[in-house]
Design a protein around this ligand. Structure first.
Ligand SMILES: [Zn+2]
Length: 104
């Protein structure tokens, strides 16, 4: 899973248009807008792939110190069904919901 994400990030970084240095994007044209929004989209995907990669790395660290499968907030076992769906889940459903509210 980590390797997959590394590949995804590498591909996205390769696809991302290099920052225009003085020349490049035409001003005042529809093209400029579509190129930029394309870059924005790639950025968004890249950002989420990096975030997911951090979660996977954190999960691997938890496997190493034997805390994998336990909620990092309340210490309860995370149900296996949830780990099947999200192997990198760091929190039980309740704590994840609370965490998501805090980070919105
Ligand atoms: Zn919890």
């Amino acid at each position: 899973m980590r390797d997959d994400l590394d590949r995804t990030i590498a591909v996205l970084q390769g696809e991302r248009p290099a920052p225009a240095a003085g020349e490049g994007y035409p001003q005042d044209s529809a093209d400029a807008g579509s190129i930029l929004s394309e870059a924005d989209r790639t950025d968004a995907i890249l950002h989420s792939a990096r975030g997911q990669r951090d979660e996977v790395l954190a999960a691997l660290t938890r496997i190493d110190d034997n805390s994998y499968g336990k909620c990092v907030d309340c210490g309860q076992e995370i149900p296996e069904g949830r780990l099947d769906a999200r192997p990198d889940a760091a929190r039980c459903v309740n704590c994840q919901a609370k965490w998501a509210k805090r980070h919105r």
